[in-house]
Structures are given as structure tokens and as C-alpha cells.
Design a protein around this ligand. Sequence first.
Ligand code: DAH
Length: 338
Amino acid sequence: MASLAELTTLQNEALSLIADADDVDALEAARIEWLGRKAGRITALLRSIKSVPADERAEFGEAVNALKALVTEHLARRQSELESGRTKRTSVDVTMPGRRLRLGRIHPIARATREMVEIFGRLGFACVEGPEVEDEWHNFVGLNIPPAHPARDPLDNYYLSDNVLLRSQTSTVQIRIMETQPPPVRVVAPGRVYRPDTVDAGHSNMFHQLEGLWVEEGVTFADLKSVLTTFARAFIGREARTRFLPSYFPFTEPSAEFYFSCLLCGGSGCPACKRTGWMEVGGCGMVDPNVFEAVGYDPEKVTGFAFGFGIDRSAMLKYGIKDIRLLFANDVRFLRQF
Ligand code: DAH
């Protein structure tokens, strides 16, 4: 007698034979093999029921009869499929155009970030990251920003508790990286920053910055200008120019704001650059000796420069996006363009 497990194997065999029958002759052959009056395999099983021990007979009989019913049903269904020409194979219309798979896209911010990191990578900068939830030491104190400084106003920051806030700048990563390794350091650190600004076309309370830091013996402001100018030429185009205007940041001395020639008009003047031909990109400067002391570097031995700029703004300029909110709306109609 066949076991119940064997019946399942037989069932699979019978059903696939039926499904594979390409014409009525093949299907008839399958019917004879399984349900033929004389030598059908299921017919033989039915005959064997009476010789099964009495206590197993009911269960076995039920299983064999169920098998017979199932096979009969599949034979009938396949028969009508074959007769109406609706076979699996002929129901495929090979003249139909294929279904197009839509590929996902890289988000414009991710694209800009990758491109920037890649360019700085060619200049020898490693890419590092820091946490978005920070303490006051890394966001302010280590960066030479004193308690009374306006940047520390609780209304201008997202404080989570007394000493903990969402970082307001990626300059935090300068402190973190110098705390964990001796000079030389040459890194860029992209990431999100948070400020409670009112959201409009040009402002978001969450945006992205790219921080840069190069510390080594003998690094000068000339290196800073050369690195940022080389970056501008790679990011915007070979004709790009840079401009540095004196400014103030607590963690650099001297400090500067740096400008790139307008990405849109190339410097001749257009509405996007308010007809100046220049676009302010970010802040930079030579690392303040107080910052080196905070992280245990010897300011008599090493010098360095730092810079930081907005990734979102650069992406908007580069890809011609007019409203920063589009970057965070998660609308595929917008994102699909990139
Ligand atoms: N952290 C500054 C900001 O958020 C930008 C900045 C300015 C970064 C000067 C720097 C720098 O590294 O040297 O506005």
C-alpha cells in the first residue's frame, strides 16, 4: 500500500503531467495513465483500498478518492483550455511591448554629496561622519563659542535637554575627529544640521552641510584657497572662479566667507546672483589656536584650515531647483527628474 506521503508525490506528478499536456492527444494519454480503467495508476490505488488493514482503510480510502477527484477536475479544466485555445502558451501576445521597469533615482542631495565627497577624495580628504544629537562641548565649547555667544541662544537651537541638542553645524565633527586622532587630519564631513528657522523657499529647519578640515605642519591660507578653487573648478566647471571676503567665526582666525562665480550665469550677473556674478557658498578660515588647545593639539606645531558650506543650496544652484522644500517633500514627480 502507498503511504499518504507517497500519494502527495503521485499527485504532484499527475498534475504536472496534465499541465504540460500541449494538445488533446497528450491529455488523453495522461488520463489513461492515471485513470485508465485497466491499468490506470489511480485505478490501481482504488482497487488496493480493500486490502488495507481495517483501522487504516477509511483514511486511505478518503485520500485516494480525493486524489481521483482532483485529477479528474484538472483533466477537465485542461481539456476545456486546450479546446478553446486558451492555453498558457498561446495566451502570451508576443507582439505586446514589454513592461518597463522604472529605475529608482539618486536624490539630488545625495547626488551632490557624493560628487563633493568624490572631488575632495581626489584631493586627499577622507570622508567621516558625526552624530546629529550632540553635546554643548562639541557644538560650541570646543569650537571656541563662549556661553554668551548669540549662536547658543536656546531659541536658535533645538535643545533636547540642558546639555544636549540637535547639532546646528557640522563643525562638531572637527572636534570629534581631532579628539580621536593625532595630526595630520584631512577630512570632509557631510551631514544634517538643525536650526529652528521658519521654513520658506530658501530656508529649512533641517538642512545639510559639508565640513572640511586639514591640519598638518605648515598648512597655510594659500592651501585653503587652492583647495576650494580646485573644488569649484571640478564642481562647477573649469571656468569657475572663487572670491574670499574677510569675516568672523569663533573657531577660525582669520576667517572668510567664500564665494563661487555664479553657477547659473558664469559671473556676468543674473537674478540668481542678484546681478553680482558671485554666490556666497560658505565660511572658512585658519583653525583658531583655542580650538587646537581644546582637542589637545599643539598650536605651535600644527596649523590648519576649515571650511563649511550648505549642500542643499549648492545642489539647488547646480540643478536649478528654486524651492528648498521640494528637496524634502518626497514627491516622486519631482524626484524622477534627476
Ligand atoms: N559652521 C559654520 C556655519 O554653520 C560654517 C563654517 C564657517 C564652517 C567657517 C567652518 C568654518 O569650518 O571654518 O555657519
